[in-house]
Design a protein around this ligand. Sequence first.
Ligand SMILES: Nc1ncnc2c1ncn2[C@@H]1O[C@H](COP(=O)(O)OP(=O)(O)OP(=O)(O)O)[C@@H](O)[C@H]1O
Ligand SMILES: [Mg+2]
Length: 375
Amino acid sequence: MPGAVMIGLHNVTKNFADTQVIRDFSLDIFQGEFVTLLGASGSGKTTILRMIAGFEDVTEGRVTIDGVDMTTVPANLRPVNSVFQNYALFPHLNVLDNVAFGLRIKKVPDHLIRQRVHDALSMVGLENFSARRIRQLSGGQQQRVAIARAIINRPKVLLLDEPLSALDLKLRKEMQLELKRLHRELGITFVYVTHDQEEAMSMSDRIGVLANGQLLQYASPEELYANPATPAVASFIGETNLLEGVLVDIVNGHAIVQTPHFLTKVPTDKTHVVGSSVVLSIRPEAIRLGHFEGNPICRGTITERVFAGSQIRIWVRINDELTMQCLVHGTRNDEFSIGEEVDLAWEPNRSLTFSQSTNTPVVSDLLGSNGSDGR
Ligand SMILES: Nc1ncnc2c1ncn2[C@@H]1O[C@H](COP(=O)(O)OP(=O)(O)OP(=O)(O)O)[C@@H](O)[C@H]1O
Ligand SMILES: [Mg+2]
């Protein structure tokens, strides 16, 4: 990503009363970038956005926008605008008056307002709706009005907090494309908040993954998927099977990991130490299922299968203790049935390991919740 830093968060913390909800949070967002903050409910996404907007003070640290320290600058003097989940439109005003609201307050002359409202509504495909009342619009149209209102004074940064979460899936997908187009056409910086990893993956240049007010990893969608920094990121970005094991040997560039149910190989890295505990991550789509000539890595019984068009999702129970989730492509619907015994294998370079020591609490939580704990 070229260009200057548009938004800088420098060691930001935030306390509400005695509770620290954002911890030592640092992040740079470049001019023109589309960055998404992704995290579970309560992880601190909205709080970060509100601190960028100036609706919330930072307890410690600094916020810069376009090279200027904004830490103590009030919201109305920051070159940013926001779109929220609930749109916050005025129901008693028509579309034109909603979009024009900010310009009227700034006493922009009427003929200029009309032109700019027209331009903003055109950007979101609502140029013929200016006389409509808000309550005569669909949810998607209301969201477009909210976006038009937010871009009308050409902010340097647009902050979007779960703007599509009230829409149904089809409309949501349409609006995702529309927001991407708007981002390209406006050329401004977008900071987007969602808890939907698919939405984050499909829209963003970079994603910041949050948990408990901390930034776990900040990277491109491809990088997060291929090289998640922690098991928490691996399970948040796409799906994965996480299981605990011990690194028992290093042979010819491969580490051998013993789990309670099988032995498997992973490419070694410099963190690997023989005898240490590791967490293994194996993506469902990396697993081959079938009846193999050679030795499988393990063998199990199919307990569940869900047909999903071009793919079948299959759950395989191993030794009655561990369930592995697998994703099989282009398979006929009569292949793999519940109760069938199957072999499982994967290439060493399709699995990842994380050293246990630094991640133990998070890992235990995750293992408990996805059923892959092998206990
Ligand atoms: N005004 C407030 N007073 C006290 N605690 C707050 C306040 N606003 C947020 N919090 C707390 O801060 C934490 C982060 O909240 P935040 O709204 O930023 O989460 P979020 O990631 O946006 O979640 P969601 O996905 O549910 O919107 C939560 O534990 C929340 O309860
Ligand atoms: Mg929120």
